[in-house]
Each structure stands twice: as C-alpha cells, then as structure tokens.
Design a protein. Structure first.
Ligand code: NAD
Ligand code: UD1
Length: 341
C-alpha cells in the first residue's frame, strides 16, 4: 500500500489516480487545508475504486505512527505542503512549520515503523537563479529567494541526511518544473481556493470572465519576446513520473534526484497565444513590472529521468491547455448548476 500525504491536492490526486489505475492500494492523508473532500469522490469516480482517506495532519506524529502500524504501507509519496510563494514571505514560520516540520515528522515516523521508501515533491525552485540551461540534477542548488523555496531545500537536506545515516532508505527527490493542465476527463484539476498566483490558473480565470485581465510580469527579460520562460509539464505526465520513481526505488538505495520536466521552455506570451488558439478565447493582457524573485528562464534537462526511470513527458503544450480549459469549463458548469438549484 502507498501512503500519499497531500493526496487530495492537485498533484497528489493525480498520483493517486495513476496508482489506482495500476491496481495499487492507496491511502490518502490530507488535512484539506488547500483541498476539498470532493477530490476523493472524483478520484473514486475516475478510478472505479475508492482510495482510503484519513483527514489529518502530516505533523501529527501519533496519527502517523497509528497509520504506519495499522495499514500495510510500504512506501510514501509526500506531497503535503504549502506552496504559495508570496504567502511564504509573509508567513515564513507557517511555511517552515508545515513543509519542514511535516517532512521531519514523516521521516521520524517512517524510520520507527521500518518504512524506508519515500518519494518527495520537491521543486525546480531549489536551483535558484541557475544560469545554465537546461538544468540538470548536478547543477548546484541555489539560494532560494523565498521561504517556500528554502523550505523545500531544507526538507531535501533532511532527507539527504537520513539517507546517509541508514542504508535502508530509498528516497526519490522529484524536482518538478511547472505542472499545469488537468485530467483529460475534465473531472480532476487544480482548484485554487484563493486568488491564484501561478500563470495558468490565473489565465483560466480571465478566460472564463472571473477576472478582467492577465498581468504579464516583465516584458524586458533577455528572452525572444521579453517574457519569462518556463518548462510547463502536463500533470498526468508528472503523476506518471511518480510511479516510475516508486518502481525505480525498489532497486535503488540512498537519495536519487530526478527532474520532472519536458526539456522545452515556453514564454508567457507563447503560452497565452497557444491558449487563445486551443480555446478560441482572447485574453486581455497588461504588462507589469517583473515579479520579485522570478528567474528569467527555467527549463529541465530530463535525460536522467529518461535513463534511470524510463520516463519522459509525452503530452504537448496544446494538450496541457486543452485539458486545463476543459476542466475550467466543467468547474463553471458545476457552479452554474449549484447556483440554479
Ligand atoms: P496542493 O495545495 O493542491 O496540494 C497539497 C495538499 O497538501 C493539499 O491538499 C493540502 O490540503 C495538503 N496539506 C498541506 N499541508 C498539510 C499537512 N500539514 N498535513 C496534511 N495535508 C496537508 O498543491 P500541489 O500543487 O498538489 O503540490 C503538491 C506538492 O508539490 C507541494 O508540496 C508543493 O510544494 C509541491 N510542488 C508543487 C508545484 C506546483 O506547481 N503545483 C511545483 C513544485 C512543487
Ligand atoms: C512558482 C514559484 C515556484 C513554485 C511554483 C509552483 C516563484 C518565483 N516561483 O514558479 O517556486 O514551485 O510557482 O507553485 O514564484 N506570470 C505572469 N503573470 C501571472 C503569473 C505568472 O506573467 O499572473 C509569469 C511569471 O512571471 C513566470 C511565469 O508566468 O515567468 C510562470 O509563473 P508561475 O506560474 O507563477 O510559476 P513560477 O514562477 O515558475
């Protein structure tokens, strides 16, 4: 059985679905601080079977001990965490407590229970302002410019240390680039509870009339069109990378770092243009100053994951945007039906 912390969230739910599709037993632990119970229903509908679900906090050591004792858990995918960069600047202690404290408590409980296989949701943000593109796993980690990024790096460091102290650990640090998109069914996707910070969720709200315009943060970067370049990866490709990592960890010990990206970067304006093409909806833009802490470019060298995991992202930017738009439209329909009743 695989325990997924944060499994009701955007990434964890897609990982749960892929695991269930492979007939793995899944137990989700989530405190629902940034997700809803309906995600579990959606996973169950799509998978045709229900994952186990416990509403609880990954920092609750007693709860973890009980779960690791009572369920036949042999590996953990640790997605639980807070992820809003701006919020982390204003509430650093909450971010360190949740992201670092949660990872520490989880490692302690796993060690005590004798469960040593762990896949961790890390981020390309740990590379900081890396100047060599594409970024491979031997690039030095940088100095993250915000407490969120720092908390990911600190959690990685904890995992490096525990793995060095005991050879029974098999840990996969998955450094995600920019996951976007939704399940092609339109039933599962990212549902920000507050004002979205990331590009695509914001753009989707502009497209559906919930917001007036999209701010483009900076058009004076040294890139082809002046806007920032990122490696956007389809959420289903990303989720499948976790299954490949779990498989690979059966044969590997210590800490293994894998970039999960496509290897191709797109600028903000390229993404907006592609979205307009797939949806037929024009997006109003306003050019603004650069967002503090943003890097110019960030895209992955995904070769290590290809060599060691046999994994490569296969879905195009058009697939990502089509699936995201389908999800957004289905969300709106659900809201209209709710309001009409
Ligand atoms: P999300 O907010 O949709 O999912 C995180 C889930 O964890 C939520 O359901 C939330 O309720 C839960 N959670 C948070 N703190 C918890 C706690 N203490 N105990 C139990 N549950 C808790 O975010 P996501 O996009 O699915 O991200 C998953 C992980 O991947 C996070 O750790 C995030 O930092 C990391 N990550 C995300 C991205 C991205 O672009 N989405 C990029 C890089 C890394
Ligand atoms: C951000 C975080 C990263 C985190 C990831 C997922 C920063 C510096 N980095 O990545 O640590 O792992 O989110 O939570 O915040 N953009 C606009 N207008 C918008 C929003 C974004 O122009 O309204 C631009 C940004 O300047 C950037 C690109 O779009 O060039 C992507 O931004 P975003 O989706 O927020 O992701 P990252 O900044 O790459």
């Amino acid at each position: 059985m695989i325990l997924i912390t944060g499994g009701a969230g955007y990434i964890g739910a897609h990982v749960a679905l892929e695991l269930l599709a492979r007939n793995e037993d899944v137990l989700i632990l989530d405190n629902l601080c940034n997700s809803q119970r309906s995600a579990i229903e959606r996973i169950s509908t799509l998978a045709g079977q229900r994952p186990g679900f416990i509403q609880g906090d990954v920092r609750n050591r007693r709860l973890l001990d009980t779960l690791l004792r009572d369920y036949p858990i042999d590996a953990v995918v640790h997605c639980a965490g807070l992820k809003a960069v701006g919020e982390s600047v204003h509430e650093p202690l909450r971010y360190y407590d949740n992201n670092v404290g949660g990872s520490l408590t989880l490692c302690q409980a796993m060690a005590q229970a004798g469960v040593f296989t762990l896949v961790f949701s890390s981020s390309a943000t740990v590379y900081g302002d890396c100047c060599t593109m594409p970024i491979n796993e031997s690039c030095a980690t940088g100095q993250p410019t915000n407490p969120y990024g720092m908390s990911k790096l600190m959690a990685e460091n904890i995992m490096q240390s525990v793995a060095s102290s005991d050879p029974r650990w098999s840990i996969g640090l998955l450094r995600y680039f920019n996951p976007i998109g939704a399940h092609p069914s339109g039933l599962l996707g990212e549902a920000p509870l507050n004002m979205p910070n990331n590009l695509l969720p914001f753009l989707l709200q502009v497209a559906s009339g919930q917001r007036e315009y999209l701010s483009v943060f900076g058009n004076d970067y040294p890139t082809a069109d002046g806007t920032g370049v990122r490696d956007y990866i389809h959420i289903v490709d990303l989720a499948q990378g976790h299954l490949c990592a779990l498989d690979a960890l059966r044969e590997r010990s210590g800490v293994n770092i894998w970039n999960l990206g496509t290897g191709r970067g797109y600028s903000v304006l390229e993404l907006v243009k592609s979205f307009e093409q797939v949806s037929g909806v024009p997006i109003a833009l306003q050019f603004k100053a650069r967002r503090p802490g943003d890097v110019t470019c960030c895209w992955a060298d995904p070769q290590k994951a290809a060599d060691e995991l046999g994994w490569r992202a296969s879905r195009s930017l058009q697939d990502m945007l089509t699936d995201a738009w389908r999800w957004q439209c289905s969300q709106l329909e659900t809201e209209w039906i709710r309001e009409a009743n």
